[in-house]
Structure formats: structure tokens, C-alpha cells
Design a binder for this molecule. Structure first.
Ligand SMILES: N[C@@H](CCC(=O)N[C@@H](CS)C(=O)NCC(=O)O)C(=O)O
Length: 367
């Protein structure tokens, strides 16, 4: 099914382009993929009231040599993103830091995400396919980010963790400077450690805030929020990601405390090296105090209460180019106006004043 969908082309002509596709449409409709149920989070709740994120559907890759069928070329690929979405945010940061602004174009959807129509293009138009809704690009499904191939008019990939790896390594020939081309956020010698830390940070923090916010039972909420904040009742084993070799370390603490502890001893999650693990964590932490704390009920503590994390976010925010990828208006408006089950009157709260440009102390780790 994903492969057929992947071949699917956009626009009206594509919808009924062939009998096979029309048949696929009917099949999907019969499976319950009705037009009215466009936004997936409304359908992703288990019987226990837990939010269960579905795997992304489109998983092709762009390669520098074109061996995958999608060759890295300047001007060929396009990103569909939302400034509000932490997953899409990762891709914008990579595009910026690698200097790929002229190589990969992008369009941003409006911040409002309604369950019947999904993401919509409003002030920012869809400059490639001229669609009004992101679902028209997908034909049926809907999340951002989307990596679109203008040449074959196909979705290449819609999984942010994979898109950022493509931007990291496959477009180096098109980076404007040698420094940008040499920038490697997933270096070979750190890959297993990055994978290990990504895994628990994804489960407990990146997706943990959603599991807390979208829970529809007290039990599901307690489980997610405890994982995020309170002491874990199980022992966790991970590879300690410091330069100093501690080998395997047993952790009894919660995810945010663990991160705070790591960042009290090293500048980044991987010691002195800024990697994709930091970019992925940043996209969640930068939204935390503004939306997750109140809107998703992750309110035991704020990030500003953790001195190391708070300084760490400010350092990343101040890396040239990163601030351009953070749009707080979209972030606030999106969460508070789109999730009507959480915030029925869609009132956008005033939010704390956060000064991401205030000086940080992370230079204390410089050699
Ligand atoms: N695993 C995906 C998650 C993407 C995702 O859930 N995006 C949200 C926005 S934050 C979305 O578009 N949700 C609407 C939907 O799923 O219909 C990734 O990392 O790329």
C-alpha cells in the first residue's frame, strides 16, 4: 500500500488518474480512512486512553549518487513543514545549518490544524502543487514534514528523523561553503551512542509530551508524565554519552533530570560535539515552557527551572540561523487553537516571557 501511495501524483488529474488509483481510493475509504478523519491524533488513542503515534508511511531516501532512485540535486526537492511542529522543525534547522536554502525550497502550512481538513495553506501558499490542503498532496494521509520530489511529483519521505539524515549527508556537493559541507551531525564514530540517546529521548521527551497531552485517561497521563518528570520505577540501561568512558550506567532517574544531569557535565548530549541528538531535543525543549507545560499538562517543572537545559536551549537558539527557524506565534496558536479536545474555547494563553537571546553560560565547557 505505501508503495502504491508513493507513486501517487498530486492534483485532480491524479486523484482519478487511473482505475487502479481510483480503486485504491475506494479501498482506503472502506478501511475507514474517511475524509472527515483527516488528522491522525484523533484516531491514535488506545483503549487505555494512551496516545500511540503511528509510523510514518513514506520511507524512500535521497542519495548523493542517485542509487535510491532519488538523486540529490539542487532545486529538485521541496519540504512541506509547519513552524509549529517539532518534527518538521528538525528539518528546517538542518536545511539552515547545512546552508541548503537555495537547494531545497519549502512551504509552511498555516498554524491551525483542524481535524476535518488537516493542514491548510493560507498566508503561505503551496508554491509547488498549488494545493489548498496538505492532504491533497498526500491524497489521503497528512502529517508534516513531507519531502517532495518535484521531478517525479512524488513524496519521497515523511519521517523527520530520516529527512534530517539525508540533509546532513547527501547534499554536501551543494553546500555553499566547505565548512557547511563538512558539518556532520551524525558522525560515524558516535552513531550508536546517538541512536541510543535518541531512542529514549524520543520515547520519554519528544513523544512523551504528546503522550501526556493527548492522554484521555488519568492512568495514561500519569504514566507519560511520570516518565517525563518523576522517578522511574524501573532501572534503565543506556550507553552513557560522555567522552569519558563510563561504560554502561544504571539510571534510576527521570528523562528530564537525566538530560539535566548530562548537560551539567558536558556542553552537548554527545560531549563537546553538537549532533542531531541536540537538534531533536532542542525542537521539544524550545516549545516546552510556552506550550507543553500548560497545554499538555507537563507542569511539574518548567525548562527554565533546570539551569543547564535552559542555558543549553539559549546557546542552540543563538547559533546563527537557528532563531530564524523558531516561530513562536505559529507554535502557540497551533497547539492552543487546534486541539479543541484539550482547549475547547481555543483561547491562546499569554505564555511566559522567555528571552532566548539572553547570554548563556555554555562556554564554560570550552577547551
Ligand atoms: N514521525 C513523524 C511525526 C510527524 C507528526 O506527527 N507531525 C504532526 C505535527 S506536530 C502532524 O502533522 N500531525 C497531523 C496528523 O498526523 O494528521 C516525524 O517525525 O516526521
Amino acid at each position: 500500500m505505501p508503495t502504491q501511495l508513493n507513486r501517487m501524483r498530486v492534483g485532480k488529474a491524479c486523484v482519478v488518474e487511473s482505475f487502479r488509483q481510483a480503486r485504491l481510493y475506494v479501498t482506503l475509504a472502506m478501511q475507514g480512512n474517511k475524509e472527515q478523519e483527516v488528522v491522525s491524533w484523533t484516531k491514535n488513542i488506545s483503549k487505555k486512553g494512551e496516545f500511540v503515534r503511528k509510523d510514518s508511511t513514506f520511507r524512500n531516501v535521497v542519495t548523493a549518487d542517485g542509487s535510491s532512485g532519488f538523486k540529490a540535486e539542487a532545486g529538485r526537492y521541496h519540504l512541506y513543514v509547519s513552524y509549529a511542529c517539532p518534527w518538521a522543525h528538525r528539518t528546517l534547522i538542518l536545511r539552515k545549518l547545512k546552508g541548503l536554502e537555495k537547494v531545497i525550497s519549502y512551504d509552511c502550512v498555516d498554524w491551525l490544524l483542524l481535524s476535518d481538513v488537516g493542514w491548510e495553506f493560507k498566508e503561505h501558499q503551496d508554491t509547488i502543487n498549488n494545493c489548498r490542503y496538505l492532504k491533497d498532496i498526500y491524497f489521503k494521509a497528512k502529517p508534516v514534514p513531507v519531502l517532495w520530489d518535484k521531478a517525479t511529483k512524488t513524496i519521497v519521505n515523511n519521517e523527520s528523523s530520516e529527512i534530517i539524515r539525508m540533509l546532513n549527508s547527501e547534499f554536501n556537493a551543494y553546500c555553499p561553503t566547505v565548512e557547511q559541507s563538512n558539518l556532520d551531525f551524525y558522525p560515524a564514530d558516535l552513531r550508536s551512542k546517538i541512536d541510543a540517546i535518541n531512542e529514549w529521548i524520543y520515547n520519554d521527551i519528544n513523544n512523551g509530551v504528546y503522550k501526556s497531552g493527548f492522554a484521555t485517561s488519568q492512568e495514561a497521563y500519569d504514566k507519560a508524565v511520570l516518565q517525563l518528570f518523576k522517578s522511574l520505577d524501573k532501572v534503565r540501561v543506556i550507553n552513557y554519552p560522555y567522552n569519558i568512558s563510563y561504560g554502561k550506567v544504571y539510571f534510576l532517574r527521570n528523562a528530564l533530570t537525566q538530560v539535566e544531569d548530562i548537560l551539567s557535565k558536558s556542553r552537548y548530549l554527545m560531549g563537546n560535539q553538537f549532533t542531531e541528538a541536540d537538534i531533536r531535543l532542542f525542537a521539544t525543549l524550545v516549545r516546552f515552557d510556552m506550550v507543553y507545560h500548560q497545554h499538555f499538562k507537563c507542569n511539574k517543572k518548567r525548562i527554565i527551572d533546570y539551569p543547564n537545559m535552559w542555558n543549553y536551549i539559549r546557546e542552540i537558539y543563538q547559533i546563527p540561523g537557528v532563531a530564524d527557524t523558531v516561530n513562536m506565534e505559529h507554535i502557540r496558536n497551533h497547539y492552543m487553537q487546534s486541539h479543541t479536545s484539550i482547549n475547547p474555547f481555543r483561547i491562546v494563553s499569554i505564555g511566559p516571557d522567555l528571552d532566548f537571546m539572553a547570554p548563556h553560560d555554555r562556554d564554560r565547557f570550552s577547551n
